[in-house]
Design a protein around this ligand. Structure first.
Ligand code: C2E
Ligand code: CA
Ligand code: CA
Length: 649
């Protein structure tokens, strides 16, 4: 081993360069464990040597000098003991190491000079004691300074050169032998030190790399790769942190969820590639709203979560969120394609809307649902009114769970008239539930409740069996139109059970029409398509219900084997306006082109009926031609009609 090369290498390693800055702190951490012990050992050894020379040497050498050394050692030991290496910066750690090396050189010179001075006074025993003191102290220093090799090398170099020189110079063969032994042991120890130190440096480097990789992993695990925004995991982690901080400091914050209004049709019409580019552009636009107080994340799909600290009064935060919606209302140009993704938002404020993460999220989601239904393209703030609605929905769910469904629910039937013949062509079955505790509950409410609490399968089948039995009592020329929920369509088990119920009823499936909404088709297009195919295979017809209120993506109408389109009653209400009139005529043209029957819903006035006829609408339904009624009333009406036809004939 070339000591000069080793000195250069060790000097370079701990004391210079940024690559080793991390090593400097780790070196200090390790040294802090050893150096106070080393000072203690130095003090004990110095005391022992001073004691054996006390009667022989002057007090300056046995009291004053060692006393001063010990005092300095104790002060230094205290300094090290108090040091907190993890808290000091890399640069300070490197400076501390440098000064430790310099101080080590100073101590080495001081101690070895004192030891040589003492050896002039004693006899052979005392001289032997000094030799042992020097040798074991050097070995102890090498051990304790393993993590600062430059200091270990300085001690060894300074002390051993003086010690060996003195041993050789005194001419005593015993001291000569001690010199050879000590030199040999220290050389071996230096070698061991070098190997250990290298291993230490490599370990620190690999730990640094491991921590870099784990930081990178953590970053990736919290980033959405498509938009570059933080992801759902990050959102919920941050939400927990914000809740903790806000609870402790009593600070308010707001949680907003945004959902694109037209993403699904865009994705279905233009493909996933365009869909991805729309999401990436959405991410870019949303990122512009991020700041120290605003965290913007992608929750998944076309849903984005935003956390706003200190959101200000409701008008302010709603305006901020509406600003986000407005940014997404601007067209996205992708080559030749110009798209508008649009978005609606739901907002919940902490602590008003809830104190727990899932509670807040659910409420923001509820408000989002409200926006989608009633205020598309805007943000709704969760309010007391919504809280009351949730409570009412829960009451319906709870009652539904324990209700005697077969006894409490019945079907009413609303006639659908053929405008050509003026006769009832079919009837739409509409469910009615009169709960002994809650009273009459509108079907859209209890159907939604049944969907939420997983009872829709049971409810649909029970209603369908009742409707099939009632239909068997009607003249064979009259068909039955039955409403299916989105959940029914998405569940293969329910579809199988529906087909079985129809077959078991013995009713001609051609008399049956199943009404589906666009929302139901949108949920899972492929499943809906295969469900429709299965129904049609049996001869059942398919009607697209509430046409015009949902996404109205013509792509669906083209791609699905439909038989009828039911024009939502909102269009009929507007039929006397120019816009309403042209919308109805466009939809009816579309029906004609596709060979589908059009059914105008919600006909309440003679004017609406005439307008529907004028536009060539074959079927009409509404309060004007008949309200939903129990099967007995329907049979009565049919009986009366038949009687009147017989009399007039
Ligand atoms: P829908 O399928 O659009 O049913 C038509 C609704 O419009 C019925 O309300 C009906 O009473 C009402 N209606 C009919 N003519 C007129 C009119 O001239 N003017 C006005 N203003 N309304 C009219 P209803 O019975 O309250 O049903 C509401 C919704 O509940 C239905 O809308 C349907 O989506 C759902 N629903 C009803 N029964 C069932 C069912 O058995 N299964 C499923 N899944 N959903 C059902
Ligand atoms: Ca319907
Ligand atoms: Ca309808």
């Amino acid at each position: 081993m070339n000591p000069l090369r080793f000195l250069r290498a060790t000097l370079a390693a701990p004391l210079s360069g940024t690559a080793n800055d991390l090593t400097a702190v780790r070196q200090l951490v390790e040294l802090r464990k050893q150096i106070p012990t080393l000072y203690g050992l130095l003090c004990a050894n110095a005391c022992a040597v001073a004691a054996t020379h006390y009667p022989l040497a002057p007090a300056t050498l046995t009291l004053a000098l060692p006393g001063t050394f010990i005092a300095i050692c104790m002060a230094r030991a205290l300094h090290w003991w108090r040091m907190c290496p993890e808290a000091i910066g890399e640069a300070r750690a490197a400076r501390q190491l440098r000064s430790t090396a310099v101080l080590t050189a100073f101590f080495s010179v001081a101690f070895v000079s004192w030891a040589i001075a003492l050896s002039l006074y004693g006899g052979p025993y005392e001289q032997g004691h000094v030799a042992i003191f020097v040798a074991i102290t050097v070995i102890a220093c090498i051990f304790c300074l393993t993590h600062l090799p430059v200091a270990a090398l300085l001690v060894t170099g300074i002390v051993m050169s003086v010690f060996l020189f003195c041993c050789v110079a005194c001419g005593n063969p015993v001291f000569l032998a001690i010199a050879v032994n000590t030199a040999f042991v220290t050389a071996v120890m230096m070698r061991v030190l070098r190997t250990n130190y290298r291993a230490f440096v490599e370990l620190v480097a690999s730990q640094a790399e491991a921590s870099r990789l784990s930081e990178e992993n953590a970053r990736l695990a919290h980033t959405d790769s498509l938009t570059g925004l933080p992801n759902r995991r990050f959102f919920f982690q941050r939400l927990d942190e914000v809740i903790r901080a806000s609870s402790a400091e009593n600070v308010r914050f707001a949680l907003a969820i945004f959902d694109l209004d037209h993403f699904k049709p865009i994705n279905d019409t233009y493909g996933h590639n365009v869909g991805d580019r729309v999401l990436a552009e959405t991410g870019r636009r949303l990122a512009a709203f991020a700041s120290a107080d605003v965290t913007v994340t992608r929750l998944g799909g076309d849903e984005f979560g935003v956390l706003v600290r200190s959101p200000g009064p409701p008008e302010e935060i709603i305006a901020f969120c509406d600003g986000i919606c407005a940014a997404l209302q601007k067209p996205i140009q992708l080559g030749d394609i110009r798209l508008i993704a649009g978005c609606s938002g739901g907002l919940a404020k902490f602590p008003r809307a809830g104190r727990a993460a899932d509670e807040l999220f659910d409420r923001a989601d509820y408000a989002l649902y409200h926006s989608k239904e009633h205020r598309r393209g805007l943000t709704t703030l969760f309010s007391q009114e919504h809280e009351d609605a949730i409570r009412a929905e829960r009451a319906v769910e709870a009652t539904l769970r324990t209700a005697d469904l077969a006894a409490e629910m019945e079907m009413h039937y609303q006639p659908i008239i053929d405008t050509g013949s003026g006769e009832i062509a079919l009837v739409e079955g509409l469910a009615r539930w009169t709960s002994p505790t809650l009273g009459r509950i509108p079907p859209d409410r209890f159907i939604a409740a049944a969907e939420r609490c997983g009872m829709i399968h049971t409810v649909t089948l029970m209603l369908l069996r009742k409707a099939l039995a009632d239909c068997a009592r009607l003249p064979p020329a009259i068909g039955l139109s039955f409403n299916l929920s989105a959940h029914d369509l998405a569940s293969p088990e329910t579809m199988v059970a529906i087909l079985a119920a129809v077959t078991e009823s013995g009713l001609n499936p051609r008399r049956l029409t199943m009404e589906l909404t666009e929302t139901a088709l949108m949920r899972d297009f492929e499943r809906a398509k295969s469900a429709i195919t299965a129904l049609r295979t049996l001869g059942i017809k398919i009607a697209l219900d509430d046409f015009g209120t949902g996404y109205s993506s013509l792509g669906y109408v083209h791609r699905l084997p439909l038989d009828k389109i039911k024009i939502d009653r909102s269009f009929m209400a507007d039929i006397d306006t120019d816009l309403g009139c042209s919308l109805v005529s466009t939809i009816l043209d579309l029906c004609q082109n596709l060979g589908l029957d059009g059914i105008a819903e919600g006909i309440e006035t003679v004017d609406q009926l005439q307008a529907a006829r004028r536009h060539g609408c074959r079927y009409v339904q509404g309060y004007l031609v008949g309200k939903p009624m129990p099967v007995a009333d329907l049979l009565h009406r049919l009986g009366v009609e038949t009687e009147m036809a017989r009399l007039s004939a």
